[in-house]
Design a protein around this ligand. Structure first.
Ligand code: ATP
Length: 440
């Protein structure tokens, strides 16, 4: 697993180009020259990003009885970030290149300026990554607020609320998906590292004696999630941080790494955070964030296991892993071999011709499938070109309606990966598609 070469460096440009050309991801404020490190998710991208988050929510919340969800505020008062340690220590080492004056994150450049090659830098200084803003119309200390740099703190500050309203007992988890903001010094590699991004985080509270076991459990569960959604095993590996590299409160951290075109890099981190967070917030707020076990009459601070993933970063990894080029009928094609659960459109309904006779039955097929699948409908260009366009954005099934359909009430189902075509009666179509997507 670990020694496999990473993806071809050319792949990054191909995927960025495809993402823009086909409406996955646009540079934000492009008509004004673009705003660095911010991106907008277009008609296809928004579908795919929602699918990534939905797949996570399904695995982490819906299919489990020990995890509940939360959607906490993005704006927070300084007290939260003082207690969590972010005001003090959520910093990166910032250096200036003495020659070209560009600013860099020291730990990411290996002593050489990526812009001009110089090796001379200023002394590193701690740069806090939080976005500070002002809440309300009056400026001043009392008005200071921060945009959250991670979703996790909302789960800790609501620990008592969730306990008392849901009657959960450890081991149990609180899950959240939402935007986070970090004033990254060097945002880079498309949506891999941006200043505004989406996270998918679970805080899983356990009796301290079970922490190590659950830590190992979640490392495996999170690796399996990416595998289940179609990333091949040779593109993933686990990297356990050495004891010396851990933050002072962490009892263990393992990253799920992906074979990005620039090398192995983080996709998600799983950490055993001990009782650091609940202790900090208990002390700072005066609310004891403990669990009282009625069976043993014991009061204790649970340990926390935190699998923390990026939704936007995961989407990028899924795109990179899915991009393939092959030959069909002597022609080169690019195809996104996305799992059907992630594809922006799962079905494309394609009337063979624009002639009005085909429209009625084509719309009928579309209405039949729309409640179950995200569907596209396309009548432009030749059928061959339309297949290519759907392959390129990862649509697993094309349904072609032709003139025979009017007589035999059947359509052609074309499979994206094998390009195989099968004639299916309209009465069997929904069942057939549900069974091909393992939903029967
Ligand atoms: P790094 O060291 O690369 O800055 P981190 O280890 O601080 O990242 P975490 O705080 O563990 O990252 O965040 C959890 C996950 O959130 C990351 O694995 C990543 O998927 C995502 N993430 C973090 N920062 C960003 C960012 N700036 N842009 C996109 N995704 C991010």
């Amino acid at each position: 697993m670990a020694d496999h070469p990473t993806l071809d460096p050319d792949l990054l440009d191909k995927v960025i180009n495809l993402a823009k050309r086909r409406g996955f991801i646009f540079q934000s404020a492009e008509i004004y020259g673009g705003f660095r490190s911010t991106y907008d998710y277009g008609p296809l991208g928004v579908n795919m990003l929602r699918n990534v988050k939905q797949a996570w929510w399904r695995a982490m919340v819906q299919l489990r009885s020990d995890v509940v969800g939360l959607d906490a505020a993005i704006l927070g008062p300084p007290a939260v970030w003082a207690a969590s340690g972010h005001l003090e220590t959520f910093t990166d080492p910032l250096v200036d290149c003495r020659k070209c004056k560009e600013r860099w994150r020291e730990d990411k450049i290996e002593g050489v300026c990526p812009n001009c090659g110089s090796k001379e830098f200023t002394e590193p200084r701690a740069f806090n990554l939080m976005f500070k803003t002002q809440a309300g119309p009056v400026e001043g200390e009392g008005a200071t607020a921060y945009l959250r740099p991670e979703t996790a703190q909302g789960m800790f500050t609501n620990f008592a609320n969730v306990l008392s309203t849901t009657r959960r007992k450890p081991p149990f988890g609180i899950a959240q998906v939402g935007k986070s903001f970090r004033n990254e010094i060097t945002p880079q590699n498309f949506v891999f590292r941006t200043r505004e991004f989406e996270q998918m985080e679970l805080e899983y509270f356990v009796p301290p004696a079970e922490a190590e076991e659950w830590y190992r459990y979640w490392i495996q569960a999170r690796l399996d999630w990416y595998l289940d959604l179609g990333i091949s095993p040779e593109l993933l590996r686990l990297h356990e941080h050495a004891q010396a590299d851990l933050s002072h409160y962490s009892k263990g951290t393992t990253d799920v790494e992906f074979a990005y075109p620039w090398g192995w890099d983080e996709l998600e981190g799983i950490a055993n955070r001990g009782d650091y967070d609940l202790t900090q917030h208990s002390n700072a707020s005066g609310t004891r964030l403990e669990y009282f076990d009625q069976a043993t009459n014991e009061r204790y601070l649970p340990y926390v296991i935190e699998p923390a993933a990026g939704a936007t970063r995961a989407m990028m990894a899924f795109l990179l892993a899915a991009y393939h080029e092959d030959e069909v009928g002597g022609e080169l094609r690019s195809v996104l071999k996305l799992d059907w659960r992630l594809a922006p459109y799962q079905i494309a309904v394609l009337p063979l011709s624009k002639k009005p006779e085909l429209e009625g039955v084509s719309r009928e097929v579309l209405s039949m499938l729309q409640p179950y699948f995200m569907c596209d409908y396309d009548v432009t260009q030749s059928i061959g070109r339309r297949y290519r366009r759907q392959d390129e954005v990862g649509t697993p099934f094309c349904i072609t309606v032709d003139f025979d359909t009017l007589d035999d009430r059947a359509v052609t189902v074309r499979d994206r990966d094998s390009t195989e075509q099968t004639r299916v009666a309209l009465t069997d179509l929904l069942g057939e598609l549900r069974s091909r997507t393992n939903q029967s």
